[in-house]
Design a protein around this ligand. Structure first.
Ligand SMILES: NC(=O)c1ccc[n+]([C@@H]2O[C@H](COP(=O)([O-])OP(=O)(O)OC[C@H]3O[C@@H](n4cnc5c(N)ncnc54)[C@H](OP(=O)(O)O)[C@@H]3O)[C@@H](O)[C@H]2O)c1
Length: 341
């Protein structure tokens, strides 16, 4: 019997560990009608459990030591969360980092902050709104060189909306914008790497696959399903880039990182629950490690899905080469249609 890949995730191990301890403690309390530990040892026990839990949730570490002095790295969505930490790490390693952020002024301001935090690293900020094909093109026209393209930006709104180009918001921002950006930069990327920050949520795509018309979701929006469509498409994109052009392209799940802005659209209550859940998740720094691993390590496998700084089996649907080809063709068709109109 093959275990579902989700059982290999560190967050699952830490959740099981924490739950076992909570249930075990309740069980002991019920059986012997008292708590066997003094206050001192109870506090010691809780601290120990939390420390072990934190170590389990962290998973594998990848701490790059490469010198990236002659390298140019593009990071999308570097305003916050995993993207910001990734951009900072590349700058600390000496790379020239170009960050794509919504709003030119904002991009420049964050670039300045990152440069300061990285001890005068070279960080350049350009306006990039992945939900607009025209804006993506303008961004790409400013790029003269690129060694690593980190397609990191993402969004997960809970209500249906369309972009200026008339594409469903999540599919457009998380996937189509990055697909188009990569296409435009392709001539510069022949010896480079493309890294797509996808998610384990791609497992939630039904066996019928991506609904490119979004007809069902338009009527009754399931934001997790829309997110899953965009995330499986990023896996197809990486595998097709490697298959079609021999480019080193990777997709990955960063881990469960609760305290980023991804959950900004959630209600206060939902965010409070997520905050509690952060005890079993990764820190933002740990969440950036698989992106750095795919961007820099020789052990990362082009065309494959990664998690916890190693290759991880993607869903059966995500590994279907015919569907990957279909997704590429649909994306090209969609972009061409939108550009013409
Ligand atoms: N956190 C997790 O547990 C988790 C798990 C699996 C996968 N991921 C993936 O990891 C990536 C990073 O997410 P995160 O958790 O670090 O969340 P985050 O803090 O919200 O970062 C997402 C970034 O994407 C940017 N972005 C959103 N819409 C954009 C647009 N239209 N154009 C350009 N940039 C845009 C945001 O910029 P603004 O400030 O302008 O909105 C933000 O900087 C995402 O692809 C996400 O799907 C995260």
């Amino acid at each position: 019997m093959r275990l579902h890949p989700i059982f290999f995730e560190p967050e699952v191990h830490s959740s099981i560990f924490l739950l076992t301890n909570i249930i075990g403690s309740i069980f002991i309390r019920l059986i012997i009608h008292s708590w066997p530990l003094s206050l001192f040892w109870s506090i010691f026990y809780i601290i120990l459990i939390l420390l072990i839990n934190h170590a389990l949730a962290a998973g594998r570490y990848y701490l790059p030591i490469k010198n990236l002095r002659d390298q140019t790295v593009i990071v999308t969505g570097a305003a916050s969360g995993i993207g910001r930490v990734s951009a900072l790490s590349f700058a600390k390693l000496g790379a020239r980092v170009i960050i794509g952020i919504r709003g030119q002024e904002r991009a420049e301001k964050i670039a300045k902050q990152l440069s300061k935090e990285s001890n005068n690293g070279t960080v350049i900020g350009y306006d990039l709104d992945l939900s607009s094909l025209e804006n993506v093109k303008k961004f790409a026209e400013k790029i003269d060189h690129v060694d690593i393209l980190l397609n990191n930006a993402g969004t997960m709104p809970e209500t249906y909306s369309e972009t200026v180009d008339g594409i469903e918001q999540q599919f457009a921002t998380n996937y189509i914008g990055h697909f188009y950006l990569t296409q435009l930069l392709l001539p510069l990327l022949t010896n480079g790497r493309v890294v797509n920050v996808s998610s384990l949520v791609h497992h939630a795509v039904p066996s019928t696959g991506i609904d490119y018309s979004f007809s069902k979701l338009k009527n009754k929006y399931d934001h997790i399903q829309a997110y899953a469509f965009s995330k499986i498409a990023q896996i197809y994109h990486a595998s097709e880039l490697t298959r079609r052009y021999g480019i080193k392209a990777y997709s990955l799940h960063p881990g469960t990182v609760m305290n980023t802005n991804l959950n900004i659209h959630k209600s206060v209550m939902e965010r409070f629950i997520l905050l509690l859940l952060s005890a079993v998740g990764k820190t933002v720094e740990q969440g950036a490690m698989t992106s750095l691993y795919c961007a820099l390590s020789n052990d990362a496998k082009p065309g494959h899905f990664h998690s916890n700084c190693q290759v991880r089996r993607a869903s059966k649907l995500a590994l279907d080469a015919r569907r990957a080809e279909e997704c590429w063709n649909e994306s090209e068709k969609l972009i061409n249609e939108k550009i013409k109109s």
